[in-house]
Structure formats: C-alpha cells, structure tokens
Design a protein around this ligand. Structure first.
Ligand SMILES: *[C@@H]1O[C@H](CO)[C@@H](O)[C@H](O)[C@H]1NC(C)=O
Ligand SMILES: *[C@@H]1O[C@H](CO)[C@@H](O)[C@H](O)[C@H]1NC(C)=O
Ligand SMILES: *[C@@H]1O[C@H](CO)[C@@H](O)[C@H](O)[C@H]1NC(C)=O
Ligand SMILES: *[C@@H]1O[C@H](CO)[C@@H](O)[C@H](O)[C@H]1NC(C)=O
Length: 380
C-alpha cells in the first residue's frame, strides 16, 4: 500500500520532469531573419525593381505578392509552422511589419557580387554581402527606434529576438548559373565554388558576431532539371540523364552542396555556440521532379506558367508577359489550369504545391544534418 503510493508519486514526478524537458526543448523562435534569392524572396526584388506580375500569387494571395510562385514559398510554410507571420521584405517600405523578423532575400541574388549590371545579366545587385549590410543596419536601428516607443514597438523586433531568432539561408543557385551565362566551362564554375563558400561562411560569421545562434541552411537545388537551364544552355543528348535532367549542371550543384556541407562542419568548430542545420533541398527537389507521378504531380519538365517552346518556357516571354493585341493588353504567358498538380511554376521557380510538399519533408528533420526537427533547431 505504502510503497504503491510512493511509486505513483515517483512516476508522477518522472512524468512532470520529462514533460518539462519536452517543453524546454522546443525553441520557440520569436523571429526569422532570411537571406537568399528568389527561392525565398517575399517581396524584396518587387519593392526595389517592380512587382512580379500576375498570375504570380494567384493561388494563395489572389494577387501578385512579391513571390515568384503561384502561392507560398518554403519560407512561408516555415514561418506558418512556427506560428509566425509571413516575413516582410526589408526593402518594402509600405505595409511591412518586422516585429517577428525580416527578409533580406531578393530574386536574382548571388553570394558573390557580380561584375555585371542587372540590366546586362538579370542578377540582383542585392548580393549576400549587401543583405548583410542591410541586416546590420536593421539590427542597430531597430534598437534605436524601439526605444522611441509608440508605433515602432509594434513594428520592430524586441532586442532579445536577435539572439533567439532563426537565421535562414537559401542562396547559391544564381552564382552557378551566372557562370554558365558568362560561357564559363563547368570546370571554371567549379573552380569558383570555394570563393563562393568563403563569402557565404563570412556572412554566417557576421550574423553570429551580432548574436545570431540558430542557423537553418538550405543547399542548392538541381538547376539542371529546370526548363530555364534546359532551354537556355547548350546541352548534348548524352548529357541528359535517364529522367530528363542535364547532368553537368546537376553535378556542379552537387559539388557546391558537398563543399557547402564541409563549410558548415567548419563553421560549427569556429562558432561553438551556434546550432547550424544543413538541409538537403537538392535531394527532395530531384526526387519530386524525377518521381512526380508517385507524389501526385504531372509534367515535371513543363513550366505551368509560360509561353511556347518545348518546356512552355521562353526567356523573352516569361510568366506574366503581356502583348498588345488589337490595341488591348493581354497576358500571353499565363498559368496552366491546375497548378496544384504541377511542380515547376515559371520555368525557374516552384509551385506552391511543390513548395508545400518540400516543406512537409524537411520540417521533421529527415533531410537535415543533424537530423532534428525544425522546432528544436536551436539545440547544438
Ligand atoms: C569580379 O572581378 C573581381 C576583380 O577582377 C574578381 O576578383 C571577382 O572574383 C569577380 N567576381 C565574379 C563574381 O566573377
Ligand atoms: C505587427 O505585427 C504584430 C504581430 O503580428 C502585431 O501584434 C502588431 O500589432 C503589428 N503592428 C502593426 C502596427 O500593425
Ligand atoms: C556566350 O556564347 C554565346 C554563343 O556563342 C554568345 O552568343 C554570347 O554572347 C556569349 N556570352 C558572353 C557573355 O560571352
Ligand atoms: C518526415 O515526414 C515525412 C512527410 O510527412 C514522412 O514521410 C517521413 O516518414 C517523416 N520522417 C520521420 C523520421 O519522421
């Protein structure tokens, strides 16, 4: 009787302690600060250089929303799952609310500043180093302005959010394609990967130096499977893999990813208080494109929104392109009927349905190193 009672108390205590540690182990990120390119741009390029045209945004936002997709991006699903609002673009001066983070990504961004103008090559001048300058200014000025109270208190992050926030990165794809566009050989592009990653590591260190501790880093996708690459770059039949992707471009992406992973390992030794999660987006995108049917998708090599050609992709008439017909402006590169069963939105970017599928695969950590769920990505 007596010992039975005691056993219940002990078991109860064990239960309470383990519950407490479960609660404690969830990071409860109060904010997200994101750096990247179009894969995670929620309005940066649109704010600076003009809105992404309709039909971008049609599925979820029902109007163009600064994203190159019919709806939400992986970063949107990530914010949602952490109970946070969608990230406002740092560059967007109208209607933004940065109380739970800011997005420094712009479409077309590279890690390394390019030696071409946006007009010449299409790459955004807001390269990763510029995004870091913007973050530093944002961090410093947030403190100054919050102290002035009033409306700033509800629009800017609390001071302590900067150390407990999740810092997300998705960048590198454009550094690789910029090389191809300059007609560099595969070997020449590969040779510049160490410099790209040195500059990437510097960005992570700069955030750490400002108190950032939790990092969530996406690797780069299989750019050789995208209509944009298949249409644009010179590819011989023997370079196409059994699924239809251009192997040389994917091999460079995989090389970039191996080196990125090594850079992350190195960063962990140099930044002992950081928790750095490396997320294998490449494998998921490749799996989705090459086994589309299995996951309920069709036409993995055809852009949903585009105009003409083998891949419904034409670099001169991209998604949303307009033409004057009989004195009236009409969209000639419009959306397909059902984007929810398509993977590639506009030849370069993914549909909301694909982004959602990818997010569902990464959130539990099964494609991460270390293999821990998003909710505990602050633990190291
Ligand atoms: C741009 O030019 C500078 C000076 O020649 C060079 O160091 C740098 O690597 C170049 N950047 C890229 C992205 O090619
Ligand atoms: C900004 O967003 C936060 C959280 O969603 C909200 O509490 C706050 O009122 C918003 N600020 C303004 C000025 O709308
Ligand atoms: C790359 O090669 C193509 C085809 O030869 C040529 O039209 C283009 O001007 C070249 N681009 C650059 C940047 O040299
Ligand atoms: C992670 O989630 C995916 C998608 O829901 C599921 O297929 C997979 O089995 C999960 N993995 C683990 C380790 O829980």
């Amino acid at each position: 009787m007596e010992s039975g009672w005691l056993r219940h108390v002990v078991l109860g205590l064990v239960f309470l302690v383990s519950m407490a540690s479960v609660l404690e182990s969830s990071c409860e990120f109060p904010a997200i600060f994101n750096f990247g390119d179009s894969n995670s741009d929620t309005g940066g390029l649109s704010a600076a250089f003009g809105q992404a045209p309709a039909p971008n945004g049609q599925t979820f936002f029902h109007h163009p929303a600064g994203r190159y997709s019919d709806g939400r991006l992986i970063i949107d699903f990530l914010a949602e799952s952490l109970g946070l609002p969608y990230l406002s673009a740092y560059l967007n001066s109208v209607g933004s609310n940065f109380s739970h983070g800011a997005n420094f990504a712009t479409a077309g961004s590279t890690i390394r500043p390019q030696n071409t103008t946006m007009h010449q090559s299409g790459y955004s001048p807001i390269s990763l180093d510029v995004q870091l300058v913007q973050f530093s200014g944002f961090h410093k000025r947030s403190h100054e302005y919050r102290n002035q109270g009033v409306v700033f208190e509800t629009l800017l992050p609390k001071a302590d959010y900067f150390s407990s926030a999740l810092y997300t990165f998705d960048i590198g794809q454009n550094d690789l394609t910029a090389g191809y566009k300059l007609n560099l050989t595969i070997e020449q592009v590969k040779a510049s990967v160490p410099d790209m990653l040195a500059q990437f590591s510097n960005a992570v260190k700069a955030v750490y130096a400002q108190g950032g501790r939790s990092f969530w880093i996406h690797n780069t996708g299989p750019v050789g499977c995208l209509p944009y690459s298949l249409d644009r770059f010179l590819i011989t039949a023997s370079q196409i893999d059994k699924y239809g992707c251009a192997s040389p471009f994917n091999e460079v992406s995989q090389y970039f990813n191996r080196e990125l992973k090594a850079a992350v390992v190195q960063l962990r030794t140099e930044l002992p208080l950081a928790a750095i999660t490396y997320v294998d987006i490449y494998s998921l995108k490749y799996k989705l494109i090459t086994q589309a049917k299995k996951f309920g998708f069709t036409k993995p090599f055809i852009a949903c929104c585009g105009h003409g050609g083998k891949y419904n992709y034409n670099t001169l008439a991209r998604c949303g392109a307009k033409k004057i017909v009989n004195g009236k402006e009409v969209i000639i590169a419009n959306s397909c009927k059902d984007p929810s069963v398509r993977i590639i939105w506009d030849g370069v970017h993914y549909t909301e349905a694909a982004n959602k599928w990818i997010f569902q695969q990464i959130v539990n950590g099964s494609f991460s190193d270390p293999p821990i769920p998003l909710t505990i990505a602050c633990q190291h």
